[in-house]
Design a protein around this ligand. Structure first.
Ligand SMILES: *Cc1c(COP(=O)(O)O)cnc(C)c1O
Length: 436
């Protein structure tokens, strides 16, 4: 981290942890709880429901009911050395309907639930358009059911918005980090929002208990759900198409690096799972976490301590990255990532705000603090001794100039203007200090 030290800045910046258990050969997933066939089923399901989504959400008109974001060329983030390759943003900060990466997984799981109900009640005939589920007869059935979820904010937004649009009742159990505006947005759509003084793990547990007592409630379990995971993984297939369309090669001469903000692990894990299936050893996925809520890094580094909490290691869960404020990682996802994930980067809130501001200034992109975490990824890989070690051990040093780096900006669309202005003001001050 020489260039930062030289500026006399305290070194609370990105640290990188490398996963020694990564398997260079594509891991065999046939015995796992989740298989790639499940991802393909999820993709088909999202296609089947696209006409209904288009009808329910006019903003999906141009994409014919698919919820997808652009892949955009950008400058390298501040402090990244020249000649490190081409940088891209996978712009989930602008994902319609839910405003975050939670759109794919969350909406997929609610659609799967609705599909099950439709079968049970004979609401949807074979080859019939899913649009029939918006008709009064179907809605009269659906409104007797409800979906529930525990959330730090964005998953609740995703589940609540789609649930309400389909006519289901929806209850969101919100942890203490959840922003007021996210609760407001849900209440305005008739979603029940329950608030807890505790953290995300507690909100999930509360929701799980309540749902278990009622067989008309489907609980979206962020710590265990396969449906969420495969919904997230669909993003990898869509990204592959975008890479082809933009003539971006991924092979031994053109490594692909992907930086994904991580909370409980489901969203980045799904994406990584899909990308490793498609690109194997030529894609290198790094998660990024706040240093005060680095649950995934902790669990990866301590396989023998299943369910390890950040509090055990003195972290506080205090971060402005509400989407990442999670004390314990998903055990299911940790297992899936053990042979696939390259490493985990940890960063501080100061950098989140400085990067949020830099993205606004340089690219005109509005992201939330959680999403800005992606920008710490390449700095940690390219500016630290450990990161360089990774590049050399994988034999990538000679091809770095031809590499591609994707910053996955995971949320931001619906941040209220006043709140975003404050983020930018804070980021501007920090960018001056940290980036010069
Ligand atoms: C939820 C979220 C993440 C991380 O997803 P997990 O499944 O919790 O790991 C990243 N960014 C944003 C904006 C989020 O809302």
């Amino acid at each position: 981290m020489k260039n930062i030290k030289n500026r006399g800045i305290p070194l609370s910046e990105a640290a990188i942890w490398l996963n020694a258990d990564i398997n260079p050969n594509s891991p065999d997933s046939s015995t796992a709880a989740i298989t790639y066939a499940d991802v393909e089923k999820a993709e088909k399901r999202l296609q089947r429901f696209a006409p209904l989504l288009q009808q329910l959400f006019p903003e999906l008109e141009t994409s014919q009911g698919l919820i997808e974001s652009d892949l955009l060329a950008v400058q390298a983030p501040p402090l990244v050395p020249e000649g490190s390759g081409q940088f891209w943003v996978k712009a989930d900060h602008a994902l319609p309907v839910a405003g975050s990466i939670k759109a794919r997984g969350g909406i997929h799981e609610v659609l799967e639930f609705v599909e099950t109900l439709a079968e049970q009640h004979g609401l949807l005939q074979e080859n019939e358009s899913t649009c029939v589920l918006a008709q009064p007869a179907a809605r009269a059935v659906l409104e007797q059911y409800s979906v529930a979820v525990g959330s730090t904010g964005n998953l609740g937004l995703s589940i609540g918005v789609i649930g309400a649009a389909l006519g289901l009742q929806a209850t969101v159990h919100m942890s203490a980090e959840a922003k007021e505006w996210k609760k407001e947005r849900l209440r305005n759509r008739g979603v029940t929002v329950l608030e807890y003084g505790g953290d995300y793990a507690l909100a999930v547990e509360a929701g799980r208990m309540e749902a278990a007592a009622n067989d008309h409630v489907h609980f979206v379990d962020d710590e265990q759900s396969v449906s969420l995971f495969v919904g997230y993984a669909v993003a990898a297939k869509r990204l592959q198409q975008q890479l082809v369309a933009q003539h971006i090669k991924v092979d031994a001469e053109h490594p692909l690096f992907v930086y994904l903000p991580c909370g409980v692990g489901g969203a980045p894990g799904g994406v990584c799972y899909g990308l490793k299936h498609i690109f194997g050893e030529h894609v290198h996925c790094f998660f990024v976490e706040p240093e005060q809520a680095a649950c995934f890094q902790l669990q990866m580094a301590h396989p023998e301590r299943s369910g390890i909490s950040i509090y055990d290691e003195g972290q506080t869960n205090k971060t402005e990255a509400d989407g990442l404020a999670v004390p314990v990682a998903s055990q299911v996802v940790v297992q899936m990532m053990r042979p696939r994930l390259s490493g985990v980067v940890t960063t501080s809130d100061d950098y989140l705000f400085a990067d949020l501001y830099a993205l606004q200034q340089r690219e005109g992109m509005q992201v939330e603090p959680s999403a800005a975490a992606a920008c710490s990824g390449p700095r940690a890989l390219l500016n630290t001794a450990e990161g360089q070690q990774y590049i050399h051990e994988k034999g990538l040093a000679a091809v770095m100039a031809q590499s591609n780096h994707i910053l996955w900006t995971t949320g931001g669309l619906f941040v209220p203007p006043e709140e975003y202005r404050e983020f930018c003001a804070r980021g501007e001050r920090l960018a001056k200090v940290l980036f010069g």
